[in-house]
Design a protein around this ligand. Structure first.
Ligand code: 6PG
Length: 468
């Protein structure tokens, strides 16, 4: 056996990660049923003399013990079928790392099934796309702690670095790695939607052209909003279509697709009763975008939106609104992780998660440094908005946020995630909510009982007695 690590699935992500591992001096090989994929892999890996296998037996035999096999195949049934193929060929103590965007409940099941057979199973989220895999992704591995020691050095070597520190850490037990990656993607959906709504405000509220829009995003990316998503978004506005010579962004249909991670984040959040409305709204807005025919029909029926009557500081207010809403996206995602860590006994270290998201991943951003510092100071912090530093910054951005949200809403522009961020925040800082009325109603029509302010216990009133 000659290789330290093997990859199943030599698509772009798999190949790029292997090339990254080879660059870092690790002896690696790959397995793929497709001869074409093997050829591309060997061609790209020429300088390292990389060779792959089309035969799974030979592939497994070529690996040193304990064997470490990384899967980069599409999430879902394919992961199960690959595991089924591999399992009889493996020995106790071998390690399988599923690096796709698998659903965390599938990972839990696979983890337990393989544990019974003495095989360590890791669910590892990888973020950063193709570039990240090739030159340094952020990685979120969850599974058996003792098996992590076998892969730690390799993962740290290939990961992105921030201040020389690797963007990978042991996340926690069971399916925690995939849970954290799923939540990362939920935050990704929310921030992408905020960027889209900012584009909507600039384009349809203020009549900015693509050049002017690019300039706004570019100037923000030189300040506290600096982030990977801001950076690529500004570049989108200048990209010319090869076919027509026009700006490509104007040629793309306004219907957004998704592969499921955002939806799962919202579904799970409902299960653990943790409110993350900015993520829910981002998922729903992608679904709204798919209703193209109905949107066009209703647009004709109800007429166009108005322009925003912007004051001269409006772009500064918009920057504040973006900062505020973005902070909400991260805060809600982190709050979900905090709850999941308790409910699923993941033992998450929140500061470590913020730390490894500072580089390599799609949601990397300047703001993650504030999040990291907040959880480092208070490892048990329940909500990011209880941190004094974040609180001070949020307070300063509120006036601009309220101006942007109310101006856009008055003009009839759709800004669902900006509005969701603000109403979430306003609700969260309401000392006494009107939910006493909800409880009264539930008890009125269904005898669902209520609790009282002045005494302990469960109460029911005979509301039909008309005690008026
Ligand atoms: C990442 C991305 C990656 C992928 C998304 C896209 O972190 O590198 O999140 O995982 O691009 O899954 O998701 P949708 O297709 O659902 O938008």
């Amino acid at each position: 056996a000659q290789f330290a690590f093997g990859m199943v699935g030599l698509g772009t992500m798999g190949r790029n990660l292997l090339l990254n591992m080879a660059d870092n001096g690790f002896a690696v090989t790959g397995y793929d049923k497709s001869e074409k994929m093997l050829q591309i892999f060997e061609e790209e890996g020429k300088s390292h003399n990389l060779k792959g296998y089309a035969d799974i037996n030979e592939f497994v035999e070529s690996l040193q013990s304990p064997r470490t096999i990384i899967l980069l195949v599409p999430a879902g049934a394919i992961v199960d079928s690959v595991i089924l193929e591999l399992q009889p060929l493996l020995d106790k103590g071998d390690i399988i790392i599923d690096s796709g965007n698998s659903y965390f409940a599938d990972t839990s099941r696979r983890y337990l099934e393989l544990k019974d057979k003495g095989i360590h199973f890791f669910g590892m989220g990888i973020s950063g796309g193709e570039e990240g895999a090739r030159f340094g992704p952020s990685m979120m591995p969850g599974g058996d702690k003792e098996a992590y020691a076998v892969v730690k050095n390799m993962l740290e070597a290939v990961s992105a670095k921030v201040n020389d520190e690797p963007c990978v850490t042991y996340i926690g037990a069971g399916a925690s790695g995939h849970f954290v990656k799923m939540t990362h993607n939920g935050i990704e959906y929310a921030i992408m939607q905020l960027l889209a709504e900012t584009y909507e405000i600039l384009k349809n509220g203020l009549d900015y052209d693509n050049n002017q829009i690019q300039q706004v995003f570019e100037s923000w990316n030189n300040g506290r909003l600096k982030s990977f998503l801001m950076e690529i978004t500004k570049d989108v506005f200048l990209f010319k279509d090869v076919k027509t010579g026009n700006l490509l962004v104007d040629e793309i249909k306004d219907e957004a697709k998704s592969k499921g991670t955002g939806k799962w984040t919202s579904q799970v959040a409902m299960d653990v009763e943790m409110p993350i409305p900015i993520i829910d709204t981002a998922v729903s807005t992608r679904n709204l975008s798919k209703l193209k025919k109905l949107r066009v029909e209703l647009n004709e029926a109800f007429g166009p939106t108005e322009k925003i009557k912007a004051s001269k500081d409006f772009i500064d207010d918009l920057e504040e609104a973006f900062y505020f809403a973005m902070a909400n996206a991260y805060a809600q995602g982190m709050h979900l992780l905090w709850k999941a860590s308790i409910d699923y006994e993941y033992g998450l270290k929140m500061a470590e998660i913020a730390k490894i998201w500072r580089g390599g991943c799609i949601i990397r951003a300047e703001f993650l440094e504030d999040i990291y510092q907040a959880y480092k100071k208070q490892p048990d912090l329940q909500h990011l908005f209880s941190d004094a530093n974040v609180q001070a910054k949020i307070k300063k951005s509120l006036k601009g946020t309220r101006n942007v949200v109310s101006s856009a809403i008055s003009a009839g522009l759709a800004i669902p995630c900006f509005a969701a961020a603000l109403t979430y925040f306003d609700t969260l800082k309401t000392g006494r909510m009107p939910s006493n009325l909800t409880q009264a109603q539930r008890d009125f029509f269904g005898a669902h009982t209520f609790e009282r302010i002045d005494s302990e216990g469960i109460f029911h009133a005979d509301w039909n007695q008309k005690n008026l």
